[in-house]
Design a protein. Structure first.
Length: 135
């Protein structure tokens, strides 16, 4: 069976406000190697740039609920074809935050590419956890 969805969660020992800053405060986000370029309004352009300002990913912000949810799509690098939809949910439980990342791909990748993407999610969520816990 072809896989098109990756979902991973991490428990972060920090309040949701700190975890939220990792995504929305460019000074903090830069510590992860880049920053988001958006006005945080659904329907607006959404991109991740490296610290030199080069666009690494691009898409459209689909939903935004402060300290609860960020959903955006990713577009193919050279056209307007939607590659996947990514959702981050933030849930605070007793001073800790459960951060869940979910990516739904529009077309199933080959198994090796899927495994690489899943490993990328593990790495990214750990980076968010490490940064949020030191704020």
């Amino acid at each position: 069976m072809e896989q098109t969805t990756i979902e991973r969660s991490v428990i972060i020992h920090a309040p949701v406000q700190q975890v939220w800053r990792v995504f929305t405060d460019p000074a903090v986000t830069r510590e992860m190697g880049g920053y988001y370029e958006t006005d945080w309004k659904p329907g607006s352009a959404f991109a991740f740039l490296d610290t030199a300002g080069r666009k690494l990913t691009r898409g459209v912000l689909l939903a935004y609920e402060p300290q609860q949810l960020i959903r955006h799509n990713l577009l193919e690098p050279d056209n307007e074809t939607i590659q996947s939809v990514i959702t981050y949910t933030f849930r605070e439980e007793g001073g800790r935050t459960v951060l869940t990342g979910r990516e739904v791909m529009t077309h199933p990748p080959d198994p090796a590419a899927f495994e690489d993407a899943a490993a990328g999610w593990e790495f990214a969520l750990k980076a968010v956890k490490d940064l949020a816990e030191k704020l």
